[in-house]
Design a protein. Structure first.
Length: 218
C-alpha cells in the first residue's frame, strides 16, 4: 500500500485557488488508481506550523538520546514532520508564488523537516529518491524570455531544497501561469493563454498522479 504526503499552502480556499485545484486533480487520479492507498494531508494555511525556534533548531544537531526534556519536547514536532516525509512513497506540494517566492508556511515546513544528518547533509538522506510533484502556480508569467523572468525565485529555490542539493527528492514541477488574467485589469489579452496553462496543468497532474500510483502500488 503506497502512501502519498499531500501538502497545500494557498491562502485561498478550494474553488478560488489554482494550486489547490491542480493538487486536487493529482490526488483524485492517485486515489482512483490506488483506492487502498494512504494519504497524509496537511493544509498549512488552515493548520500552520510554527516557525522554527532556537531550542528545536539546536536539538536537530544533537542525538535524540542526548536531548534534555526541553529539547525533546521542542524537537517532537520536527520528528513527526520528518517521519511523515520518510514514510511517504510520493510527495505532492501546492506552492503558489507569493511576492516572488513560496508561502511562509511552506518555508516553515521545510525548516522543520530539513534535519542535518538525517533528511539532509548526509550521503543518504532518509527521503532521497522519492518522487515529489510541486504545483507552482503564479498569477503572471515568469518563464524564459518574459519581462519578469528575473523575478522567478520559486522553482530554483525549491529545486535546491527538495532536490539533490538537500532532501534528495526526485522533483517534477507543474506550473499553471497567468492565474490572475481573468480578474486583473490589463491582463485581458492573456486570458486564453491562462486557460490553456491551467488545462495543461490539470492534465499533467492527472497523468502524474495516475502513473505514480500505478508504479508504487505494483
Amino acid at each position: 500500500m503506497a502512501t502519498l504526503l499531500h501538502i497545500d499552502t494557498s491562502v485561498h480556499p478550494d474553488g478560488a485557488s489554482a494550486s489547490r485545484s491542480v493538487t486536487a486533480s493529482f490526488r483524485e487520479a492517485w486515489e482512483a488508481q490506488h483506492p487502498d492507498g494512504k494519504v497524509i494531508y496537511r493544509d498549512l494555511n488552515a493548520d500552520p506550523i510554527p516557525h522554527l525556534q532556537d531550542v528545536a533548531a539546536a536539538a536537530g544537531f544533537i542525538p535524540p538520546q542526548n536531548h534534555t526534556a526541553e529539547q525533546a519536547a521542542a524537537f517532537a514536532p520536527r520528528d513527526q514532520l520528518a517521519t511523515e516525509l520518510e514514510q511517504a512513497d510520493a510527495v505532492l506540494i501546492g506552492a503558489p508564488m507569493y511576492n516572488y517566492t513560496i508561502p511562509s508556511t511552506l518555508k516553515a515546513w521545510l525548516d522543520h523537516v530539513i534535519i542535518m544528518g538525517r533528511t539532509a547533509g548526509t550521503e543518504n538522506p532518509t527521503a532521497a529518491g522519492k518522487p515529489a510533484t510541486v504545483v507552482a502556480s503564479r498569477g503572471g508569467g515568469y518563464g524564459p524570455g518574459t519581462p519578469r523572468e528575473s523575478f522567478e525565485f520559486v522553482l530554483p529555490y525549491l529545486e535546491k531544497l527538495l532536490g539533490e542539493g538537500t532532501l534528495g527528492l526526485d522533483v517534477e514541477f507543474i506550473v499553471p501561469e497567468l492565474t490572475l488574467a481573468e480578474t486583473t485589469p490589463g491582463m485581458e489579452q492573456l486570458i486564453d493563454l491562462a486557460k490553456e496553462s491551467r488545462a495543461k496543468a490539470h492534465e499533467a497532474a492527472q497523468a502524474r498522479g495516475k502513473t505514480l500510483a500505478a508504479q508504487l502500488a505494483a
